[in-house]
Design a protein around this ligand. Structure first.
Ligand code: WTA
Length: 656
């Protein structure tokens, strides 16, 4: 782990107050209101969350205990019974929202669909009945490997409805990555599509599923349910593979939501850690439902007149919490888009905003940087006046990108919510509430009510104002990950042991460095562990190294991130070869493709350097800090005295 530096102390003087007109109609209208909520929540977190749970969610049965905290294991709303699909669908049907648009979907080739709450409810019920018919039961795990089509959300809600847990695997992951995740989660069924549109091409999703399951590689999977999207010919294995459009004709249009225990498993979502294989982050029902509901309501300030668009893929936590569960639980109108900006359709996001009158737009800094590069003429060619709130997530946003977003997209009218959170936190943790908190470009501002954040050193002592340290959370919150699936020891090691408990108080370790300024605003500086962020996607250096080493030509590999203007970071690999192999351009290509096959295109190294040896400490640890400097083209500074063999470094310096 590197220690967080304070080099990024930028003196940001610009302050943007919430526009008065925005505050007046917002759910949280002023700084005083935020501070009151924050103080209440801090004084009595259990009462704070219990009051909201009573007011904002439907429960089949009330809980008997709000929180059981046996560090590091938390349980919320014990004994409570609810169903998140009921909260997202059924409860809106008895109101005027029954015929309100729940999902507006724009397909890549220009097709579109709108589903009202009543229609979405019917689709989900049928899907749930098909899952049941194919033998899925409460407690089973279902893999979802889908393009960005309504059925991705429908499948998730259908699982939740019958008490099956889903594990969504991003459609850009390779067959190998899919296989590992299905095996780790012991999935019983996989939901997929014949194909999906990714930019200008069709991704053969079903073919990848076939590869992942070939030769009984995932013995638990009994059935594959296939949604027709792109209509290219695909192989259907008799007995195992079923078309959704065939199956649905023989099931009932209603399926009552199963009352679930508050702590029943809702989903597993795999994410990269600093070591080894991806971690299955476990989220449960009640706390997750409440927290994503409240953050959607207060951070995005959703109102019934809004058209809300989050550009994430449902394969990531942002898609889970802020395309599907949070917004639908609030009865919002959610826009879902299958496409992405690229050379052939550079203005497509602005077209979509204009076409549907999008009011709330939530995207990632990597996308914003790409938009800046594509030029102001694209957004300026569209009417973006419907927008009233902008959001960002995924990595620190640089103040100039923030300013561009504010000026060119928001017309200097829209507040920006820079939301800091993680797969593990389930929902947004540090963020402005747009009607209440003044923003500073580049800062995620202040913690959400109920979130006790701090910046500490490795002993858990708070650091000084404006001093860099480790970002931690000091009290459990409802949507906190419950464990790492099947590996509670890894849960402990990854999140609770880097910083020891102080006076019996446990700190959740985020893996991010941060500082807090004189106004109590947080400035998140990025990862302090061996996780790199490529276009906002988390990749573990170990995963990529393992992928490289699995190639017969590779003896050893070290992977680091190099700052990149567009992607945030770029993967740079240093590789030593087996005796039998020799460096060549062809091998570089082959190794890059090998990583794509093993993990997926997001992990493709931008550069591969061959070397006779890697710089190591005397105890045999690869000195990544040195490699990071080399990759970034910087002078290697700092202490190199622990280096076992200095000539390795000199040689590398010549070669890179
Ligand atoms: C980074 C995505 C700065 C951070 C929801 C975190 C951010 C990791 C921000 C989690 C932000 C996310 N400012 N950094 N607003 N949002 N991050 O699990 O390093 O894919 O730990 O969850 O992204 O990534 P994950």
């Amino acid at each position: 782990m590197t220690s967080p530096t304070i080099e990024s102390v930028l003196h940001e003087e610009r302050l943007f107050n919430p526009p008065a007109a925005f505050s007046q109609q917002a759910h949280i209208k002023s700084l005083e209101e935020y501070e009151q909520l924050y103080a209440h929540a801090k004084a009595d977190p259990q009462k704070f969350w219990a009051d909201l749970a009573t007011k904002e969610l439907h429960w089949f049965e009330k809980w008997h205990t709000v929180l059981e905290w046996q560090p590091p294991f938390a349980k919320w709303f014990l004994g409570g019974k609810l169903n998140i699909s009921y909260n997202c669908l059924d409860r809106h049907l008895s109101t005027w929202r029954k015929n309100k648009a729940a999902l507006i979907w724009e397909g890549e080739p220009g097709d579109s669909r709108t589903l009202t709450y009543a229609q979405l409810h019917r689709e989900v019920c049928q899907f749930a009945n098909v899952l049941k018919q194919l033998g899925v039961q409460k407690g089973d795990v279902v893999g979802i490997y889908m393009p960005m089509i309504p059925e991705a959300a429908i499948a998730m809600l259908a699982c939740a409805r019958i008490g099956a847990a889903h594990t969504v695997v991003f459609g850009g992951f390779s067959a190998e990555a899919l296989r590992d995740r299905l095996n780790d989660g012991q999935a019983k069924l996989v939901v997929t599509a014949d194909g999906g549109w990714r930019k200008d091409a069709i991704v053969p999703l079903k073919e990848q599923v076939d590869k992942a399951l070939a030769d009984g590689a995932v013995p638990t999977v009994q059935n594959v349910l296939v949604v027709q999207r792109t209509q290219q010919p695909i192989a259907m294995a008799a007995g195992r593979d079923h078309w959704w459009h065939d199956c649905r004709t023989s099931v009932a249009a209603d399926c009552p939501a199963e009352p679930m225990d508050s702590e029943d498993l809702l989903f597993i979502l795999y994410t990269s850690g600093s070591t080894g294989k991806p971690k299955g982050v476990v989220h449960t029902t009640g706390g997750y439902n409440l927290y994503t509901h409240m953050t959607t309501k207060w951070v995005f300030d959703v109102q019934d007149t809004d058209v809300y668009w989050c550009t994430a893929d449902v394969g990531w936590i942002t898609g889970h919490s802020y395309i599907v569960y949070g917004p639908l639980s609030n009865g919002a109108t959610v826009l879902m888009y299958e496409g992405a900006p690229r050379a052939s359709k550079p203005g497509c996001f602005w077209e979509v905003i204009e076409k549907y009158g999008v009011t709330i737009f939530y995207t990632a800094p990597t996308a914003i940087r790409a938009f800046i590069k594509m030029g102001d003429h694209l957004p300026k060619a569209h009417d973006l006046s419907s927008l009233r709130l902008l959001g960002t997530v995924g990595e620190p946003i640089n103040p100039e990108a923030w300013m561009w977003y504010y000026r060119v997209i928001g017309g200097e009218r829209c507040p920006i919510v820079d939301t800091w959170w993680q797969t593990e936190t389930g929902g947004i943790m540090i963020t402005p509430l747009p009607g209440a908190i003044a923003t500073k470009p580049g800062s995620a501002t202040r913690p959400f009510p109920g979130i006790l954040a701090d910046v500490v050193d490795l002993e858990g002592n708070p650091v000084q104002t404006n001093e860099g340290g480790y970002l931690v959370i000091k009290h459990p919150w409802p949507s906190m990950l419950r464990t790492v699936y099947g590996d509670p020891d890894r849960f402990r090691r990854s999140y609770w042991e880097h910083i020891p408990p102080v006076n019996g108080r446990y700190f959740y370790f985020t893996g991010d460095g941060a500082r807090r300024d004189e106004d109590g605003y947080y400035w998140v500086m990025g990862r302090v562990d061996d996780v790199i962020s490529v276009s906002g996607h988390r990749l573990g250096t170990m995963e990529i190294e393992s992928a490289l080493v699995s190639h017969p030509a590779v003896a050893e590999a070290a992977v680091v991130g190099r700052p990149d203007e567009l992607k945030g970071e770029e993967v740079v690999a240093f590789v030593t070869l087996e005796e039998t192999a020799s460096p060549s351009e062809a091998l570089v290509k082959e190794l890059k493709q090998h990583v794509v096959n093993e993990i997926g295109a997001i992990a493709r190294p931008g550069e591969i350097h061959f070397s006779d040896a890697l710089p190591k400490t005397r105890s045999g640890k690869i000195m990544r800090r040195l490699l990071r400097s080399l990759a970034a083209g910087q002078e290697v500074s700092g202490d190199t005295s622990t280096l076992e063999d200095r000539s390795v470094l000199d040689k590398l310096r010549e070669d890179t």
